[in-house]
Structure formats: C-alpha cells, structure tokens
Design a protein around this ligand. Structure first.
Ligand SMILES: Cc1cc2nc3c(=O)[nH]c(=O)nc-3n(C[C@H](O)[C@H](O)[C@H](O)COP(=O)(O)O)c2cc1C
Length: 178
C-alpha cells in the first residue's frame, strides 16, 4: 500500500468538496481545457464518448443563465462554467450514456481539485433545461446533464459527511477478512 502522500487520486476524492464561493481570479482557457480533457478520459459504453461541453466565461451569458436556477448566486459568482451535455445522436443506451456523463463530470471535479480550483455540480438547473438550450442555441439533440461552476475557492471551510461504509454494503460474499 502506498503512503497517503503518494495517493493523489484518493486524496483528490477525499479532499474534494462542493465549492460555491470563488475569488475573482479568472480561470484560463488552458486550465479549462485540462479539466475537460480529464472529463473525456472517463469511460463510456462502447467508448462512444457522448459528452459535449460549452465553456462559458462570458459575464453576459452567465447573467442570462443565472435566472434559470435557484442557485443563480453561484453562477454569477463563478468565473467559469462548464455546461455538460449529451449528444443524443451519439448515444446508444439511455441508462449507460447517462452513467458515462456522471463519470465524465466526476473526472472533471477531481481534476479541478487537483489543479487547486473549486467546483460544484449544479443539477437543479435541469428543471429549466429547455430554456438553457434556447439560450445556448442548442436544439433537442443536446440534453443538458449539468452545469459545473468553477473558480478559485474563496475558502476551504466546507465540511461534508458520509454515512459509515457498513450502511452501504449489503452483503460480502466470499473472500477472507483482510
Ligand atoms: C446530481 C447532482 C446535482 C447537484 N445539484 C446541485 C445544485 O443544483 N446546487 C448545489 O449547490 N449543489 C448541487 N450538488 C452538489 C451536492 O449538494 C453535494 O455534492 C453534496 O451536498 C455533497 O457535498 P460535497 O460535494 O462537498 O461532498 C449536486 C450534486 C449532484 C451529484
């Protein structure tokens, strides 16, 4: 077993928190592309890579997106957004393509953590996905999966809890106790 310092993935998983307040520091195009690159290396069924992205740093577009979620203050305060979509023409399975989108999003959250950024997965905005599509000139070929709000964290005071592992493991079948 490698020591904690040598476990960057484990560290990113455990240290990542949903960050909802950001400094004014802009996020560069290069950093955004590094994060999206991590996203596209997620697994997908048949390796069909059904995800598509819109990268938004424009203040005017963020102001137009903000009213479509109850989390408008997060959208307004975040210097960058990654709008995550599924291309329905690239899909082959309703369930499996949505699972792939989740894997892609988590990869991006972990990459943001590693790069010293903070991010939050915004899902509430899906209630207005038709309006988001219209605003971004997207037809129904593109299905909104999430908006990630990103920036440099104002603070890292965020706490989060998980229930004990035993609450989730229904059965252990076979193997030893190690
Ligand atoms: C599918 C999904 C939708 C979410 N939607 C929102 C949202 O609309 N607004 C928000 O502030 N956080 C949202 N979150 C973030 C969760 O609130 C957060 O992950 C959870 O409270 C655990 O906190 P942690 O990420 O800091 O561990 C969402 C997370 C997921 C996975």
């Amino acid at each position: 077993m490698r020591c904690a310092m040598e476990q960057p993935v484990q560290n990113a998983i455990r240290n990542r928190r949903s960050i909802r307040e950001f400094t004014g520091q802009p996020v560069s195009r290069k950093v955004l592309h590094t994060i999206v690159q991590a996203g596209i290396w997620a697994p997908s069924g048949l390796n069909n890579q059904p995800w598509r992205f819109i990268l938004v740093r424009d203040r005017d577009v963020r102001e137009k997106l903000a009213p479509h979620t109850t989390y408008s203050h997060i959208i307004l305060g975040a210097p960058a957004l990654i709008v995550v979509l599924l291309d329905r023409e690239a899909m082959y399975s309703e369930v499996k393509d949505h699972q792939a989108a989740g894997a892609c999003i988590q990869n991006m959250l972990l990459a943001a953590e590693e790069l010293g950024l903070g991010a939050v997965w915004l899902g509430q905005i899906l209630q207005n996905s038709d309006k988001v599509n219209a605003l971004l000139s997207l037809d129904e070929t593109f299905e909104l999966m999430a908006v990630l709000a990103l920036g440099y964290p104002l603070h890292r005071n965020q706490k989060s809890q998980r229930k004990p592992l035993a609450d989730f493991i229904l059965q252990e079948i076979g193997g030893d106790q190690e």
